[in-house]
Design a protein around this ligand. Structure first.
Ligand SMILES: [Zn+2]
Length: 463
């Protein structure tokens, strides 16, 4: 629920960063206890409303009414969980309930009211309840409980006075803290602020997550080859692991058994790591785009939205490719970072933009390679940049349709991914396979690599 702010105060956006925790076993046990207590609060509300439905009473869903029930239950019902933490679970319940009710009212009958119990629920505390000093976090607890200071495993990207809330949660076998901050929209010195009339088109792709064509023939290509390699390695790894554990994998009937739990836990950890790597790369790519746009004073980004055609079944390989692409997430991170930089992002239909000549508007069959060439007027250029220029032309005031790239900036996403350089060798690969074909070779010490930014070439490990 957003805070009430003075409408004349400078604009802000809300941003969340996730940090891990450095914990002793005792601290971990107590934090898990808090989350389990929050799960109990959730289960109590579900049960309360199940009883009310059984006696044909109206459900109890408003936040104040639920808080009154919590207060009537008295202290000591939910272990060490304090009332602010318990109320955050109630807030989550009524948000979910009213969200589902609104969707059902709009004719979406697949929306369901909350009905499932969870062993653990995330707990959120707002500003004033917790103490955050650098990496030290003092978790609020019920009255009379011994204090619980914990340490975050990294520095937060926000100054302490901007932090508005912390959320304790459990994901993929680990405890995390989500820290939400109120970040002011970037201010610029006079003469450096983005101009809304300067428009750049953004084409979203798989090989190039973002291809941007701006005014004056300026363009940016962000390569996502490292991300695609991470997807390939992950898929291969998953297949190999599945084959390796097939004999001891739990059968469907053993759902819930200890072996099943261990098996699922391992799967979740691996998937979560893959997800973190890919989203980090996508955030870096979006950050590159916004930085590039700010330095060229571009005030409007126009992105082609391809999500209309993604529902079509295109065979298992291509379906996998489009799912790995995560284009919705690419749009979201770009929109978030643009909003923080004071840049407007608009979405347009991208149909036909990669097969239209920007010079003479002729329909050109989609090129197989990366180079677009018009047989009628001879216009040629990078396929994705041509598409980006066409997208930019779809809003009023867009750039001239005829597009010739004068300065193309090349950047790569996913520099942190394992396997992109000898120094960041993929730990999932065996270090050495002798002289076998395709072997990455003996693991070499990190060499002074001459490539400044981006992925190091394979020359470092050819010996
Ligand atoms: Zn043409």
């Amino acid at each position: 629920m957003p805070r009430l702010r003075d409408p004349r105060s400078p604009p802000v956006v809300y941003r969340t960063a996730r940090a891990g925790l450095r914990l002793t076993w005792a601290q971990r046990r107590r934090l898990v206890g808090l989350l389990v207590s929050a799960g109990d609060v959730w289960a109590c509300v579900l049960e309360l409303n199940a009883w009310r439905r059984a006696r044909q009473d109206v459900p109890l869903v408003s936040y104040p009414a639920l808080c009154r029930e919590l207060a009537a239950a008295g202290p000591g019902c939910f272990g060490e969980l304090d009332s602010a933490g318990a109320r955050s679970v109630l807030r989550r319940y009524c948000d979910a309930w009213f969200g589902a009710a609104a969707r059902r009212k709009n004719g979406d009958n697949s929306a369901r009211f909350p009905r499932r119990r969870h062993r653990m629920m995330p707990v959120r505390w707002y500003h004033g309840r917790f103490e955050l000093d650098g990496r030290r976090l003092r978790v609020p607890l019920a009255r009379g409980c011994p204090p619980l200071p914990v340490r975050l495993d990294r520095d937060l990207p926000y100054p302490a006075d901007q932090v508005r809330s912390v959320t304790l949660l459990y994901d993929a076998g680990r405890l995390w803290v989500d820290v939400t901050a109120e970040v002011p929209v970037t201010g610029y010195p006079l003469g450096a602020e983005p101009v809304a009339g300067r428009v750049a088109g953004v084409d979203l792709g798989i090989i190039h997550p973002y291809a941007v064509a701006g005014p004056d023939g300026q363009a940016l290509l962000v390569s996502g080859r490292a991300v695609r390699a991470e997807h390939h390695l992950h898929l291969k790894d998953t297949k190999v692991r599945r084959r390796a554990v097939a004999r001891r994998a739990p059968k469907p009937g053993r759902r819930g058994s200890r072996r099943w739990r261990q098996y699922r836990r391992r799967q979740r950890i691996v998937e979560a790591r893959h997800w973190r790597r890919v989203s980090q790369a996508q955030h870096e790519a979006a950050r590159t785009v916004v930085g590039w746009a700010v330095s060229r004073r571009i005030g409007t980004l126009v992105a082609g939205d391809p999500r209309g055609v993604l529902g079509i079944d295109a065979g298992r390989r291509h379906n996998r490719r489009t799912r790995d692409w995560r284009v919705g997430y690419l749009i979201t991170v770009l929109r978030d970072k643009a909003a923080q930089a004071g840049i407007i992002l608009t979405l347009v239909d991208e149909r036909g933009t990669s097969s239209t000549c920007p010079g003479c508007r002729a329909r050109v069959p989609k090129p197989r390679g990366r180079v677009f060439c018009c047989p009628r007027c001879g216009q040629s250029g990078h396929r994705d940049l041509i598409a980006a220029a066409n997208i930019a032309g779809r809003v009023p005031g867009g750039i001239t349709p005829a597009f010739t790239a004068v300065g193309v900036t090349h950047r790569r996403a996913g520099n942190h991914l394992p396997g992109v350089s000898a120094a960041r060798r993929d730990p999932r690969r065996r270090p050495h396979h002798g002289a076998a074909r395709w072997s990455p070779g003996r693991h070499l010490p990190a060499l002074p690599i001459t490539v400044g930014r981006g992925v190091a070439r394979l020359t470092a490990r050819t010996s």
